[in-house]
Design a protein around this ligand. Structure first.
Ligand code: GN1
Ligand code: MG
Length: 550
């Protein structure tokens, strides 16, 4: 460890000792737990980010401090790799080991081991950019992170309080600065100007849309949405709601994309103001998820989730690819998870190749990279569109033979500028949806009419050990506990359009049960029957059995 200052490292590590009774795990969403328990984790993530950067020859690594849609007292942290993508899987294991070293001595050993195993040349420079959301615990956690960065001698850039997708963008922009692959100016303003500039070009000469209501979940998305609103001015009239970023307890409370998707209802703050037919959308606590919704003529709540966004966007892109004369060169594909509504899968797969992968953005992202244009969305509103480097080259060099081809080609090029290709961004996705609605002259009602969702229900089951649940076929079937899948199949057969699957959550200590069926009460019934099966099969005790389980 020649160029690491071991004294500095251990002195700083002593300031951030690990609570002995806690175990941590770097999961789908990085580390995530009560903010009050994360001091040692943040320090160590600082060290790890520095090592990761050294491993990448001094390329800038990102660190985002957020717990997204979780309750306000929670916090979390995740690392971002040089191209703006999620941390490489092998390093997730290093992160977990590092976070669980009980003493400073053990921590130094683990660090030495990572350096050896990952073959890190520690004489290389380390560069890290970091940001946090609006959580009250964020400031202190960033200070712990900064100590970790100092301990490993990393050159650090504080991107302040901003959204997760901005941080991902910054990482890619910094690492491609002054290269032929430049991703844009490496500043928050640079990002919004790029995105809004592309939006303006896409909707030029289109009629002004009616105002859009944006629920900011009382989180950091408020600042991002405000910026977009300012830049776009009259091009897109926006009304922001749930913007109380400094009110204690307000973050994600009865607001935001997760609330809307999970409870399948309006944020209560909108119940007196939203008029039938008006379209509104909700961001989550770190503004990387987006759900649209509206009230139909009878005042019934209707949700336009990630699946509906994928359907809308993919059909527009396919149309433009054809109009540009590129249908034989540029294929469009879709990536979903098992949580995609069955009706969306049916609608999309009759038109395009559709791949189902395991839950978690990194799985979707990687699968989408295999298509020339890959559209991926989780049903909960997290997603984006990826244009392969070859597709980008094709768009740049293609010679259109008619004015119509040229127009479509320009739309596609502007889409590559509008869409965040490092990770899904609620704001970028929102402008994408708005651009497509403007082109198609669709209201929310017409968009919703692409297909009708099958009624569905998601239920959590608390079990003694969720690790006994093992799945296959992109998490759609259980292989363990043995025999349980056959019982689920037997139940599902009794329901018209029935589908149900069970998987362990990667972010919470629960097992999730999803079910859909032709009618809502039947989807609920199927979900609660399967939940009951899971509970009983795993030795759940009769006294604490939730009463809704059948
Ligand atoms: C059903 C569901 O919405 N699951 C979410 C949730 O994962 P679980 O592994 O189901 O806890 O959190 C992930 C990270 O934010 C997100 O990618 C995923 O879609
Ligand atoms: Mg989020």
């Amino acid at each position: 460890m020649a160029t690491l200052e071991l004294n500095l490292l251990s002195n700083l590590a002593n300031k951030h000792s690990k609570p002995p009774y806690l175990r941590f795990q770097y999961g789908t969403a990085g580390f995530r737990t009560l903010g009050a328990n994360l001091d040692s984790v943040l320090f160590r993530v600082g060290v790890l980010a520095g090592l990761r950067s050294k491993k990448q020859d001094g390329k800038t690594i990102g660190v985002m401090v957020t717990a997204s849609h979780n309750p306000e007292p929670d916090n979390g942290v995740k690392l971002v790799d040089p191209r703006g993508e999620m941390l490489e899987a092998a390093w997730e294991a290093h992160a977990t080991t590092l976070s669980n070293a009980d003493t400073t001595e053990e921590l130094l050993e683990v660090i030495a081991n990572i350096i050896q195993v990952a073959k890190i040349d520690i004489s290389k420079p380390a560069r890290v950019v970091y940001a946090r959301d609006t959580r009250p615990s964020g400031e202190a956690l960033v200070a712990s992170l900064e100590d970790g960065l100092r301990a490993v001698g990393a050159e650090a850039r504080n991107a302040g309080v901003t959204t997760t997708p901005v941080l991902h963008y910054l990482v890619r922009a910094i690492n491609t600065k002054s290269t032929t692959e430049s991703y844009g100016e490496d500043s928050e303003d640079g990002y919004y100007e790029k995105m809004c500039g592309a939006y303006k070009k896409l909707v030029a000469n289109r009629p002004l849309p009616p105002p859009l209501i944006v629920d900011c979940a009382n989180g950091v998305g408020t600042f991002a949405a405000d910026r977009v609103k300012d830049i776009l001015g009259s091009t897109l009239p926006i009304t922001l709601v749930n913007t109380a970023t400094t009110t204690v307890g307000a973050l994600n409370n009865a607001s935001g994309a997760d609330f809307v998707k999970t409870s399948q209802r309006l944020p209560p703050s909108l119940s007196d103001t939203l008029k039938p037919g008006e379209r509104a959308c909700s961001l989550d606590g770190d503004a990387d998820r987006l759900i649209y919704f509206y009230l139909d003529e009878s005042g019934t709540f209707k949700m336009l989730d990630g699946d509906k966004i994928a359907a809308l966007v993919a059909s527009f892109i396919v149309e433009q690819v054809k109009l540009a004369g590129l249908e034989n060169k540029v294929r469009v594909g879709i990536v979903q998870t098992a949580y995609a509504n069955g009706a969306s899968t049916k609608y999309l797969s009759s038109r395009l190749p559709v791949k189902c992968v395991a839950t978690g953005v990194k799985h979707l992202h990687h699968a989408a990279e295999h298509y020339p244009i890959g559209v991926y969305f989780e049903a909960n509103g997290h997603g984006t569109v990826l244009f392969s480097p070859e597709t980008v080259r094709t768009l740049e060099t293609h010679q259109p033979s008619t004015p119509a081809q040229s127009t479509a080609l320009n739309y596609l090029i502007n889409l590559t500028q509008l869409i965040n290709q490092t990770v899904g961004d609620a704001l970028s996705d929102m402008l994408l949806v708005e651009a497509v609605l403007a082109h198609k002259s669709y209201s929310a009602v017409e968009w919703d009419g692409l297909y009708s969702d099958l009624p569905n229900r998601l239920v959590k089951v608390v079990v003694a050990d969720r690790n006994i649940f093992q799945t296959q076929d992109a998490e759609r079937r259980l292989v363990s506990p043995p025999g349980l899948q056959a019982k689920i199949d037997e139940l599902v057969r009794r329901y018209d359009a029935g589908r149900s699957f069970v998987r362990p959550s990667g972010t919470e200590d629960v097992v999730r049960v999803y079910a859909e069926a032709m009618l809502k009460p039947l989807a609920d019934e199927l979900a609660f029957r399967v939940a009951g099966l899971v509970y009983d099969e795993t030795g759940g005790d009769a006294f604490t059995r939730p009463k809704e389980f059948l």
